[in-house]
Ligand binder design. Structure first.
Ligand code: C6P
Length: 405
């Protein structure tokens, strides 16, 4: 990664603390390069118009930019533009999908999730099962918090209608073999839904190669603005599913007795979308591609995470979570310190201007699996450096001297 890459990010320049910010909460929200901020500002200052209204010049330009952004997102994940629905984020994508799939799940059917899911890919399916009288099955995890494909295979039955699994764990960085999981789902005639919130920003995703039916992710975790997300749906799935929201921009005809819908993706985008968000997300993708692409970003983050794991792992008070081998993990490291609450660790690190996330990370079933209330999590991105890892480890050592003397 270019050594001066942080200079592209105004937030890193704007810090006034004497110690430079070490930002290690990228799994929650990433920072935005100037290129993205400029693209958003340009929309607001030069051609702000609704994508549903204008034949006038700036209206046309807004439509063009919005649809071009859809094409950029589609290309980035190996999809067609008509398979990309803009939402407000992964949570919104999964909740919308839950409503779209409601009628396909009946009493006695089954929906499978795993014990490592973010609540956003857990509760919607639990609620769907409650409403439809279906069985909600949570795949148990191995002691290191990984998923066994044998368990996945043996859990499927002819009642399974949906499997919803995360691509990368936002807590341990575990990378799931989603291609195989999607293959099993296809064989069993179930829908496969992949939560890509922690994969799309960091590693190559090709939805065709993966073979998933649906894939969800958030723009703000990949250098884009907040409030924009994506739901990819296979063309044949989107064609047969009903919309979950109704209103402007999604209709073909409206009469007092019956209304009909436009083709996907418009059918699923009722109301005015987050136009600036979509433009910002597309610019973030262009930026990612221009600085070397996701493969390079992935290698860089994995190198930093492996280094952090090794350095933290050599401290006797530290417990690391997740698989031991770095091959099946992404750029996320979760740990606890003996006798120190994760929030206290984060508090002391914050005083050193080191930003990490501490707590249950919206993954209470995974915390229950590990038998802990929470972890401290460092999540890396393209602009992090070996110096950031060194500062993190130094900070952890300070916490230890403070609490253990
Ligand atoms: N995880 C984290 O700190 P939204 O909030 O809708 O953009 O993304 C939800 C979500 C869904 N799935 C996974 C795997 C995620 O990691 C997240 C967001 C953040 O880990 C905030 S809790």
């Amino acid at each position: 990664m270019r050594p001066d890459i942080k200079t592209d990010f105004p937030l890193f320049q704007a810090q006034s603390d004497q110690k430079p910010l070490v930002f290690l909460d990228n799994a929650a929200a990433s920072q935005m390069p100037k290129h993205v901020l400029d693209a958003i500002t340009e929309y607001y200052t030069s051609y702000k118009a609704n994508v549903h209204s204008g034949i006038y010049t700036i209206g046309r330009r807004a439509v063009e930019a919005y649809e071009n952004s859809r094409a950029v997102v589609a290309r980035f994940i190996g999809a067609q533009a008509s398979e990309i629905i803009f939402t407000s984020g992964t949570t919104a994508s999964l909740n919308m999908l839950m409503r779209m799939l409601e009628d396909t799940v009946n009493e006695g059917d089954e929906v499978i999730v795993s014990g490592m899911e973010h609540h956003s890919n857990f509760i919607p399916w639990q609620e769907l099962c409650k409403k439809r009288g279906a069985r909600f099955t949570v795949l148990p995890l191995l002691p290191d918090g990984t998923l066994s494909l044998d368990i996945v295979r043996s859990t499927f039955s002819d009642k399974t209608k949906i499997i919803a699994i995360t691509h990368v764990s936002h807590v341990t960085g575990t990378v799931n073999d989603v291609k195989e999981i999607c293959r099993i789902a296809r064989e069993k005639g179930a829908y496969s839904i992949i939560d890509g919130a922690q994969s799309a920003p960091h590693m190559r995703v090709d939805v065709r190669e993966m073979g998933c039916d649906f894939f969800a992710f958030s723009g703000q975790k990949m250098l884009g603005p907040t409030g924009i997300g994506v739901l990819f749906g296979k063309k044949e799935c989107l064609e047969k599913l009903e919309p979950s929201g109704f209103g402007g921009g999604m209709i073909r005809t409206v009469k007092s007795d019956i209304s009909t819908w436009a083709d996907a993706p418009a059918k699923f985008e009722a109301g005015t979308p987050h136009i600036a968000g979509a433009i910002g997300l597309a610019e973030a993708i262009r930026y990612i591609e221009n600085v070397g692409g996701v493969d390079e970003i992935h290698a860089h983050e994995c190198m930093l995470a492996a280094q952090a794991r090794e350095m933290l792992g050599s401290i006797s008070e530290v417990t690391l979570y997740g698989p031991k081998d770095s091959i099946h993990t992404a750029g996320i490291v979760s740990f606890t310190l003996n006798g120190v609450h994760p929030h206290d660790v984060a508090e002391v690190l914050a005083r050193e201007n080191i930003a990490v996330r501490a707590g249950h990370h919206c993954a209470l079933p995974l915390m229950a699996h590990f038998g802990i209330p929470g972890t401290v999590r460092a999540s890396f991105y393209l602009y992090n450096t070996k110096e950031d890892v060194r500062r993190l480890v130094e900070g952890v050592q300070q916490v230890i001297s403070l609490f253990h003397g």
